[in-house]
Design a protein around this ligand. Sequence first.
Ligand code: SF4
Length: 418
Amino acid sequence: MAHLGRIRLFVRTIRTFMVNLKRHLPSQYESLGTLVLRYDKKSDGAFAVKPTESAKKLVELGDYSFLLLERFKDDVAVTGMASYKHLVRLFSEQCIVETDDNGVKAVIKANKDVSSSSLQNPSDPDAGYSGHKGKGYQMQVMETWSRDKSQPNLITHVKVESADTSDTQAVLPAITDAAERGLAPAELLADSLYGSDDNIEQAKEQGVTVISPAMGTESGTISLADFRFSESDELISCPEGKNPIRIKTGKQGGRIVHFDRDVCDQCPLKSECPVRRVKRSATIRYDAKALRLARRRRAEKTETFKDAYRFRAGIEATMSDLDRITGLKKLRVRGMPQVRLAATLKAAGLNIHRATVFRKRCTKPEKGRKHAENDSAGLVGAVKEHFLLLSGELRTFLEQFSPDGSRLWRMYHQQLNA
Ligand code: SF4
């Protein structure tokens, strides 16, 4: 999918509308008279402008879009056209309508006010935009892994979504989807974007431990986790062993803990301690979420966490395989349904490839390794053509490599360009 700036996006959308209008409703097209001329040409070069003139050009394009929309808004035959609907969407996402002494006019929105879910290209209205990932689609991928490589790493969940969709929302649907197929993981390794406190707590309710670093960093060397708490998470003493003089419940819930300010002023840790001087006491506020976050950050520094989490990086190899072996990053289809189907088939193909390599490796530990690679490459090609016919046999085949023995999964996203 071509990357279009705002000017080219307007031009392409208007031109697509014009082409379809001319083809399907020639009388309405003819009624536009000379208005159609500039947008009838195929080259976008006619709209190339200096950066200093781009704002003026955008205004011109916004005005022209508004004119077209107003002209045909009561023509049912035109408003039913997909290209007209794209123009309506583009205009509503990129412009606002204002009224002044001269009447009604279109005003171009500032860049920051245009949503990342806005139309990116009229040829693929389902594609979105992410400042980090770019334009197009992304695929959430979850796979199994085993420490001792006793099982192949198999993809157990894929979800294709617009590139503007936040990764934060991906974890729970992935777990639910896998659980519905009897494949719920016991542990899930994921990067920090997936590891919000809400995700971790809700995954825990489903029996899944999400291992992920917490977002953000601690401001000082002493944190809430360095205070001592009872089993019911009531604060007992500070890192210097001093007891609170008063504990209150805050208006929003949580606890407000007061220490003796005179004691804190003499404390050697006062410059690093997170308590705040308020009037005659030094206080610290916390709730269950803040405490969990502080404990996670402290746990991240332990060797236990580092040893468990280092296996997350293994999914980068899966992303690389999806790109290198199946060509996932450059799909030759457009639209969410087609992109979703193509990406899912490629993930299934990679599973077959891996399962084949693994089985050959088990039966012919050394000599068979190279042949296994070649055999599986051919198999992936066959899957592209005959996946539906083979689905029954495929399921039986993959069941030999059920992840139940491992129960360890990891998750990441892959950027797609249709
Ligand atoms: S500053 Fe106060 S609360 Fe903090 S460690 Fe020292 S005595 Fe304890």
